[in-house]
Design a protein around this ligand. Sequence first.
Ligand code: NDP
Length: 267
Amino acid sequence: MSTYFNQKVVWITGASSGIGEALALELAKAGATLVLSARRVEELERVKQSTSLPAERVMVLPLDVTKFELAAEKAAEIITRFGRIDVMVHNAGVSQRSYVRDTSLDVYQRIMDVDFFSTVALTKAVLPYMISQQNGHFIVISSVAGKVGTPMRSGYNAAKHALHGFYDSLRAEVFDDNIRVTVVCPGYIKTNVSLNALDSQGDKYGQMDANQAKGMPADVCARKILHAAAQDQKEAFIGGLTEMAAVYLRRLWPSFLFKMVRKNTPQ
Ligand code: NDP
């Protein structure tokens, strides 16, 4: 993965499981200093132990990313401890398994808060430090769902689509400050994302979807994400042939794609 992440201070949200955990392990191997955030402290401590990093190179920073008012304070804590923030990985996320007709407005608001507004709040907290450093990198975990809408994921699709608009704007605005933006669209990755997805009333869906169960291992996905970022790819697609085909069909032959989406089962 080159030496791109060596000695960089990297803040990862959603570091307590799945893709975020895998990114932490890969970044530790790549020589990064890590800041691990999520809500479950004991899981963050477990990930910290698994990195085998010395205590001075890893910080557990518990955070519910929907508490937007804490974003600036948390960024300042990192600066106090490490003096800089080189890379911000916006990875925390929650998916959805419910039809529009059944889903309460509260659920849409929660999904937008976790998957979209939290990244805005944290970006605004981190950006002043990156501008003063004249260096930085935002790695944003969107999804194929940020390009292709499918049933039972309307709020999730909307939030992931929103990330592309926001970060395409930011990329252009901060180019002259030597700040990079890589937006990543994974396909089906083998994590607990469907178990943790919200149902129509905001409860956990609690089922492992077949597509996730047979999806790409999280460590493989993490290595591909970091490779794309190190190469300064602006947008990266990571996943199986089906998901990649869907992205291209959405652009080249949308009417066919819409028909396929309609005919396929939600999972
Ligand atoms: P997981 O459910 O395993 O991980 C989700 C992570 O987000 C957890 O670490 C969780 O930590 C954290 N999180 C959720 N809500 C909050 C919150 N309010 N505050 C702080 N952290 C929060 O799923 P994945 O690893 O798969 O998901 C990671 C990212 O990858 C998400 O953005 C997801 O949308 C995206 N993605 C996943 C795909 C897949 O197939 N798995 C495909 C495409 C994109 P905690 O509960 O401890 O707070």
